[in-house]
Structures are given as C-alpha cells and as structure tokens.
Design a protein around this ligand. Structure first.
Ligand code: 0X9
Ligand code: ZN
Length: 306
C-alpha cells in the first residue's frame, strides 16, 4: 500500500509537508500561519497551477479540526498529492489550480491529533488548559464567532462540545480566523473536512434560518452527491447543517460564510457508523476518492459562478 493509504503521526505529516514543498517547488509553498496551544506549528500548503492568470481567486481546505477524525488529515494529504501529480493529466484539477490558489491546512488541531496517537484515540477537542477547571480542551468547531455557545454547544469545560471561554479563545481558531480574514477578498470557497456520517453540509449549523444562497448551495452538494453515487455507489446526505445533522453554533463554516465566503461547506467523510472514527486503512482510498470527487465538483462550479 502507498503512503496515502495509511494514517500518519503528526511528526510524519510535518516531514511530509516539507518533502512535498521540496519535491514540487513550482506548485507548493509552505506557509507557517501560527501555532497551537502546545506550540505545534500550523502549516498551510499553498498550491498553485503553473499558468499565471490575472485576478486569481482562492479556496481553503482544512482538515483535522477534530482530533479523532483521522480520515480527515488523510484526505488533505491525498488531495495535495493528487493535485500535484495529476495536474498535467487531469483537466479538471488543472482548471481548478489554474483558476484558484488552494490553501490546505492538513492538521488544524495538532495537539489533539498527537494525543489521539499517544494517549486517547477518541479525543476530539484541542488540548488547552484553563485555570477554573481540571478538564482539558475546547471543541474548535464550537469556538468561532457564529451564534457562539448557543444551543448545540456547551459552556461546560468537561464536555465534548465545550465552546471555550469566549469566541476565538483558542489559538488554533484565532490563527485560522486571522488567515481567512486577511485573505477574504480572494477566497471564494471554504471547505472543512470531518468524519463520519457521509454528509455534504453547508450553513447554517448555528441557526435554523436558510442562507440567502441556500438553493445555490443545495444544487452544488446535490450534484456532488449524485456523482459519488454514480461512481462509487455510495450514499451521501446533503443539505443545510441544522436540518441535516444538528444545530451546532460556533463552527468555522458558518463563521467563514458570515465573513463573506458564500460557498462554504463541511464534508463528513466515510463511513456511516460501522467503523466510525476507526475507519480501517484499507478504506482510506475509497473515502478519499469520494471526497475528492465532491471537492472537484464543487470547486469547478464555484469557478463558473464567481
Ligand atoms: O459537530 C461538528 O462539529 C461536525 N460533526 S462532527 O461529527 N465531525 O463533529 C459538524 C459540523 C457542521 N457545521 C457546523 N457545526 N458549523
Ligand atoms: Zn468533526
């Protein structure tokens, strides 16, 4: 099996990031955008096509917000490898990379990810410590400033969906929010990769309201889900988060949407619960190929529309 059909430790992923930038100097740049609570670096890979076009737009993909969702960082690695190695052979990925720079954050929660390798495989949150509680960690996908800590999040530090002390109280959330804020004019598409459940979601999760471009977003994920069904005979649910999964405020996708990135999605990859977070390595390639198809489908539509 290839490197991409296995899961990798944080240390391995850091090594891989630098190796990729070295091997593909014309297409990949490494950006250090900040660091985590435990001072692990947060690296973003900037992917660009070889064709320079004026008015280049950009898209963002983050993986590994939740520590135990190992298929998520595995997808970011898969996606980067696919992009650079099929750029010359696959017209779709070429079109995407020539139209948009792609910012990929392979592990948004490095402290939590590392902890799932060393100590507790089912850890979800980051690893921040607070003075008023013995419990550790904030759910980074409840820490953004979108109806922060309302129904669907918890103010109690011991819970899995703890929202943190205030919006952007966590360094990982601040770093990502700052990057998105400073690139908001070029960013047209925001993607956050999670597991599990097989769902293609869009805002809002923080409210039952429909966003103004609901119909447009629905069309994009419906098309992506149809393609997955056709190519891989697998079913993905799709729709607004609040009605498709649950109410969950403080998420990065809703926050990015409100910032003005009007194509904002969360993809929940395989499976539907058989293995859950413990998706075996033998199923990585299928999960990633499905997600890749969805990412390409949505990105190409966004290029047409923006
Ligand atoms: O609850 C979450 O954060 C996500 N599901 S997971 O099982 N991976 O934890 C869903 C995220 C949907 N979007 C927002 N909640 N904003
Ligand atoms: Zn998640």
């Amino acid at each position: 099996t290839s490197y991409y059909e296995r899961y990798h430790s944080l240390e391995d992923i850091y090594f891989w990031i630098h190796k990729m930038a070295q091997d593909y100097p014309d297409m990949i740049k490494v950006l250090l955008i900040g660091s985590s609570f435990e001072k692990n670096p947060l690296y973003v890979l900037k992917l660009s096509g070889r064709q320079e076009r004026a008015e280049k737009r950009a898209m963002w993909i983050d993986c590994g917000i939740h520590a135990r969702e190992w298929i998520s960082p595995a997808f970011c690695l898969w996606f980067v490898q696919y992009s650079v190695s099929f750029y010359t052979q696959n017209n779709e990925i070429k079109e995407i990379l020539d139209s948009m720079d792609i910012y990929v954050l392979p592990v948004m929660n490095p402290d939590g990810y590392q902890y799932t390798w060393t100590t507790n495989r089912m850890w979800r949150k980051n690893r921040s410590v607070r003075q008023d509680s013995n419990c550790i960690g904030t759910d980074l996908n409840r820490n953004f400033d979108a109806n922060w800590c309302t129904k669907g999040a918890s103010p109690r530090p011991c819970e899995e969906i703890y929202c943190g002390q205030y919006p952007e109280s966590e360094p990982e959330a601040v770093v990502v929010a700052n990057f998105l804020r400073s690139h908001k004019d070029v960013l047209k598409l925001y993607l956050s990769i999670h597991s599990y459940g097989q769902m293609l979601l869009f805002p809002y999760a923080c409210s039952n309201e429909h966003v103004p471009n609901h119909a447009d977003l629905l069309q994009l994920v419906e098309e992506a889900a149809m393609k997955i069904k056709k190519h891989y005979r697998n079913i993905y649910k799709y729709g607004a988060s609040a009605e498709t999964i649950y109410l969950a405020p403080g998420g990065s996708d809703d926050w990015a949407y409100n910032l003005g990135i009007l194509y904002s999605f969360t993809f929940e990859l395989e499976d539907r619960g058989r293995y859950g977070f413990l998706l075996p390595p033998s199923l990585i390639s299928k999960a990633c190929n499905e997600a890749l198809l969805a990412v390409k489908s949505v990105a190409l539509r966004v290029i047409q529309k923006t």
